[in-house]
Design a protein around this ligand. Structure first.
Ligand SMILES: *Cc1c(COP(=O)(O)O)cnc(C)c1O
Length: 381
């Protein structure tokens, strides 16, 4: 059974065969001219695809390391950072900032809604902030932040670096680094890119690179932009060993994304998420995120009364689908269903069918086929 489990957590996401094949290739030396050319091509493609005129860093490490890289290169001890938090992952920045000796001010939304661009504007007018962090999709709440509108607000505050955590969003939700006035954006390989975990991509615009240069020597070593820029120019040089096979996998993932088109991919994610929400609502779930700020990459669905979280998720597993538990105040009251990256309509149908069967096994009055029927009808529209 182990091999047949469909992974519908908010990352890792299903990995398609052509990406898996890249990870199974015989290893090459990181200085092999063939690998160097592949890595360079990936760096350039990722920069072009997401419209980043600065630097693009696809490196070994997870999304959390990218969060640290963003802060390390744009702030110095004593600076203030405004953390816009729509949930658990927004809050993670507080700890990262406080450990570095930064003053972390937090603008939080109630779980299920998003902080508005107006509130951010107001806060930025009151005090000088070195940086603002915004979580594009907070994976705890499945709330999407209006990053383009926030970008317009940021244009009024040119001294503040705009950092977007795109880990559960980028290549699902639409993003355009330079076009949206984003200074730093990053994601992890295991979310919308549909690769295994182990790499992150961080895009740094010109203003972020200028900020880094103004800081002189920074305390952090591995995540220092200045250490990596010569490598990104010429990956034949050594700083720290690249994750060779994951670079190939990411290159294949990027080719898939380019072929589909970023806009088309965002539209696909939107339609899919809207259909999934209707399907889940049709069998008694309540979607945590309010309409208007619902992410397209995952759903957090609150159980109908009387359904036990542990029992539901263990039935899901028996049905061959793994979903995730909810976090924070919603732990035990909701589950999280990832539907990002290269997930297909057929996989969605399998996932929703498992939800129906599991709900029924938990004693709920469910008409089998209802959610799946709603999903298919919505996707036909
Ligand atoms: C998953 C996630 C992270 C953390 O990424 P890791 O790869 O687990 O370190 C950060 N932010 C968001 C929004 C995420 O979804």
């Amino acid at each position: 059974m182990e091999n047949n489990v469909l992974v519908m957590i908010p990352g890792p996401t299903p990995v398609v065969e052509s990406i898996r094949q890249e990870m199974a290739r015989p290893i090459q030396a990181f200085g092999d001219p063939r690998f160097v050319a592949d890595y360079k091509a990936l760096i350039d493609e990722l920069g072009a695809l997401f419209h980043c005129g600065g630097r693009t860093f696809p490196l070994a490490g997870t999304g959390t390391l990218a969060m640290e890289m963003a802060i390390a290169n744009t702030t110095k001890r004593g600076d203030s950072v405004l953390i816009v938090s729509n949930g658990f992952f927004g809050d993670r920045f507080i700890d990262i900032c406080e450990r570095k000796g930064l003053q972390a001010d937090v603008l939080s939304a109630e779980w299920g809604s998003a902080v508005s661009p107006e509130e951010i504007d107001r806060k930025l007018s009151e005090k000088n902030y070195a940086a603002v962090t915004v979580t594009h999709v907070d994976t705890s709440t499945a709330v999407v932040a209006p990053i383009a509108e926030i970008g317009k607000v940021m244009a009024k505050h040119p001294g503040t670096i705009y950092i977007v955590d795109g880990v559960a969003a980028t290549a699902g939700e639409y993003a355009d680094v330079d076009g949206m006035g984003i200074d730093v954006m990053f994601t992890g390989s295991q979310k919308c890119f549909g690769v295994c975990s182990g790499m992150f991509i961080l895009w740094a615009g010109q203003r972020a690179l200028d900020r880094r240069r103004s800081l002189g020597v920074i305390p952090e070593y591995y995540v220092d932009f200045e250490k990596w820029i010569p490598i990104m120019d010429n990956p034949a040089k050594y700083f720290a060993t690249p994750a060779v096979n994951l670079v190939w996998a990411l290159k294949e993932a990027t080719a898939i994304i380019r072929e589909e088109g970023l806009q088309a991919r965002a539209v696909r994610h939107r339609r899919n998420a809207d259909a999934a929400a209707k399907a889940l609502e049709s069998i008694g779930f309540t979607i945590l995120a309010k309409p208007g700020c619902r992410a397209s990459t995952l759903s957090v669905a609150i159980y109908p009364a009387g359904v036990d979280d542990g029992a539901f998720r263990s039935h899901m597993l028996q049905e061959g689908v793994v979903c995730a538990g909810a976090l924070g105040a919603y732990a035990g009251k909701a589950f999280r269903l990832g539907h990002m990256g290269n997930i297909t309509e057929n996989e969605m149908i399998v996932g929703l069918a498992a939800v129906e069967r599991s709900l029924k096994a938990c004693g709920a009055d469910v008409e089998l086929g209802r959610a799946v029927g709603v999903y298919m009808a919505e996707m036909k529209k």
